[in-house]
Design a protein around this ligand. Structure first.
Ligand code: GDP
Ligand code: IMO
Ligand code: MG
Length: 432
């Protein structure tokens, strides 16, 4: 079997965790290939007795919840070791088998000085801040690119680790003390913080690229699960209001060591409306009661920071862009149930920028900031759709909404979410 990627098509929180869980039973490996504990995936699992169990995952791939599936943290991830073990312990306490987790020796680790720098930089930027999650993600990726990062494999050689920490702190302490007026970090405390986890980490660490390619050679299925999303990607997103990793299908390859030729399917997760956390442009954002309605009905509050998510209507320009950048083969349209009960459902089909119509993302950042949505208004529906499992179970106007959105968005819609749990899904085409 080829490798399959799941990517976010908007600004995150599209429901990637639920989609991974939905496919989990058909795959052998689930790989997180980018980001770190800035992600927040909520997975709701229905028990045999009908009750539901809710899990919030940040650093671990959602596939850890699927019995028999091997979860992998790839080389493209930045790992906060304390968070890793906290998450593992919390899952173990709930009876989840976490023993198969494998972690790339080349993944970078988030040290305390980078968590501090993330927060103080945001404070320093004031009104120009990005609205980061404050988890040290940006500074850790910057160190990786600067070739001064600390990797998982460095934790197994104290001498090398100490040398690397000494060298990086020469620079970091200048910044911390002279620019931000903070206390300097000490080599001893930093090394101690990182070494504290080394023994527990050792058995999980391997060449995950080799592991995954051998699995593919044996005909096993590998699912690559993105954190963040296309519009938060450092290259393809709304820079500088983005995260610092490659969250798109290309990143799935570089962040895992799986070559592009092996990636045959790319599943784009797209919400039936749009949300965004943090700062940055958002053409269809609603500042009125309609936005509040979406936030309330969709429970749009961040899994990681608890921040209210900014809400707006579906944006087909963005969906088309995500389809193109990622080579999306199938979309999963999530949270359609949240749109129930609206007289009309607006969908953005293009932008007006200073009187000029843009059917594709404007090239220039300022144009995107000034983009005014051009809406098409689709008729709404009132029926409860949470029990629908096939297209025919949906009211005609909901079916028409799916069809219209599919035609505008550049790839077929193969499944539709009608509720948070795995079974609350309308299946249209086989996903695997
Ligand atoms: P992720 O970061 O892409 O994994 O998404 P999050 O978990 O941060 O946010 C998606 C939220 O929507 C979670 O609370 C999910 O339980 C929930 N969710 C996912 N799909 C659906 C759906 O089809 N309908 C409803 N009502 N909720 C959904
Ligand atoms: P999932 O995987 C939504 C946003 C932050 C901020 C910007 C940069 O749950 O979809 P960072 O801490 O990464 O440097 O912050 O990116 N952001 C997310 N927004 N969902 C996420 O992850 C996000 N991860 C980062 O709010 O605007
Ligand atoms: Mg999320």
């Amino acid at each position: 079997m080829p490798a399959i990627a799941i990517i976010g098509a908007q600004w995150g929180d599209e429901g990637k965790g639920k989609a991974t869980d939905l496919l989990g039973t058909s795959v052998d490996y689930v790989v997180k290939f980018n980001g770190g504990n800035n992600a927040g995936h909520t997975v709701v699992i229905t028990q045999p007795d009908g009750s539901t169990e809710k899990y919030a995952l940040h650093l671990l791939p959602s596939g850890i919840l699927t019995p028999g599936c091997t979860p992998v943290i790839g080389n493209g991830v930045v790992v906060d070791l304390a968070v890793l073990f906290e998450e593992l312990e919390a899952l173990e306490a709930r009876g989840v088998d976490v023993s198969r987790l494998r972690i790339s020796a080349n993944a970078h680790v988030i040290a305390d000085y980078n968590r501090t720098l993330d927060k103080v930089t945001e404070r320093f930027l004031g009104s120009r801040r990005i609205g980061t999650t404050g988890r040290g993600i940006g500074p850790t990726y910057a160190d990786k690119m600067n070739r001064i990062g600390i990797r998982v494999q460095d934790l197994f050689d104290e001498k090398i680790l100490t040398q690397k920490v000494e060298s990086v702190l020469e620079l970091k302490n200048q910044i911390l003390t002279k620019i931000y007026n903070r206390r300097a970090a000490t080599v001893e405390a930093t090394v101690e913080e990182l070494l504290a986890f080394a023994d527990r980490l050792r058995p999980m660490v391997c060449d995950t690229g080799l592991l995954l390619n051998e699995a593919l050679d044996r005909g096993e299925t590998v699912l690559l699960e993105a954190g963040q999303a296309t519009l938060l990607d450092v290259d393809h997103g709304t820079y500088p209001f983005v995260t610092s990793s490659s969250a798109t299908a290309g990143g799935a390859c570089t962040g895992s060591g799986i070559p592009p030729r092996r990636l045959e399917q790319v599943i784009g997760i797209v919400k039936a409306y749009t949300t965004r956390v943090g700062e940055g442009p958002f053409p269809t954002e609603l500042h009125d009661d309609a936005g509040e309605h979406l936030r309330k009905v969709g429970a749009e509050y961040g899994t990681t920071t608890g921040r209210p998510r900014r809400c707006g209507w579906y944006d087909a320009v963005i969906a088309r862009y995500a389809a193109r950048v990622n080579g999306v083969t199938d979309f999963v349209l999530t949270k359609l149930d949240v749109l129930t009960g609206l007289e009309q459902v607006p969908v953005c089909v293009a932008y007006d920028v200073g009187g000029v119509r843009h059917d594709e993302m404007p090239v220039n950042q300022s144009d995107f900031h000034h983009a005014v949505p051009i809406y098409e208004y689709l008729p709404g529906w009132w029926e409860d759709i949470s029990g629908a499992r096939t297209l025919a179970d949906l009211p005609p106007n909901a079916q028409a909404y799916i069809k219209a959105v599919e035609e505008m968005s550049g790839a077929r819609i193969s499944a539709v979410g009608v509720g948070p749990s795995r079974d609350a899904t309308v299946a249209i085409h086989d996903l695997i």
